[in-house]
Design a protein around this ligand. Sequence first.
Ligand SMILES: C[S@@+](CC[C@H](N)C(=O)[O-])C[C@H]1O[C@@H](n2cnc3c(N)ncnc32)[C@H](O)[C@@H]1O
Length: 263
Amino acid sequence: MDIDTLRSRWDTFAPVFADRYERYTRTLANTLASAAELENAASVLDLGCGAGGGGLEIHRYLRQDARLTCVDLSPEMLRIARSRLPEDVVVQEENAEKLSFPSATFDAVISNLCLMIVPDTDAALGEIRRVLRPGGVLAASVWGAPERSPMMTFVPGLAREMGLEMPAPPRSNFHLAGTFRDRLLAAGFENVVIGEQDMVMVVRSGAQWARDVLEASPGISGWLQTLAPEDAERFRQRAISKADAMLARGESIKLCAEWALAW
Ligand SMILES: C[S@@+](CC[C@H](N)C(=O)[O-])C[C@H]1O[C@@H](n2cnc3c(N)ncnc32)[C@H](O)[C@@H]1O
C-alpha cells in the first residue's frame, strides 16, 4: 500500500482507534516500556505512536530529565495524541521509513504494533538502527501467531466460511510473525530477545464485540456495506453467535502479539 493511502486510512480510523482499541494496545505499551529499562534513557522515541495512549504509558516510566518524542504518519492520530500528552512531550509527523532525526539521537525506541504495517519494514528497521545511539535499545511489538489471534482472523475467516468475498490486503499484517527476530538480526541488531503477550478484547457478549468490530472498524464496516443487505445481516448474525459461542467456551477474542527487545 502506498504511504498516502496508509496515512488517510489511519486518519479515518483515528477517533475509533482512540476510543475502542487503545485500551488494549496500552497493555502492550507497558510491557515494551518496562522491557526497555527506560530509567537508563535520556531520550526516547515512540515510533508509530498512534493517538498517544502508549506515550502516556511510556511517560510514566521516564526519568524526570528524559525527553519523549512521539511520531506517527497520521496527522489525525497526532492531533489526538497532542491533546492528551503532557506539554513536554514532542509530537510530530514522521514516516518510519525515512526519519528526519540525526543519527544517534535516541537511547531507546519503542514501537508498538506499527512495524508490521509500515510498507518497507527493512527501511524502518534501518532507520531505527540509525537514530539509536550506540548501546541504545529497541522494544517493539508486531502481530504474532495468526492461529492464536482470533481478534484479527475472525472476520476474514467467517467471510471465507460463508463464501463471501472479502478483498485481501496486499500483504498480511502477520508477515513478521515468527520471523521478527531474523529481520532484526538482519537489520544489524546483535542481540534479540523475543516474547509473546496476548492482547485480549474485554467484551462481554457477541453483540458488544459486533459493536466494537463490525460497526466501528472502517475497513470492516465499509466491506459490509459493499455486500447485499441480506448477506450483510446474515454475516452479522453468524458473527454474533460465533463470538457468543467463543465467549461461552471461555475462549478470548485476542491478538497474540510478538514483541522483541533488540540491541
Ligand atoms: C495499531 S496503531 C498503534 C498505535 C500505538 N503505537 C498504540 O499502540 O496505540 C499503528 C500506528 O502506526 C502508524 N503507522 C503506520 N505506518 C507508519 C509509518 N510508515 N510511519 C509512521 N507511523 C506509521 C499508524 O498511523 C498508526 O497510528
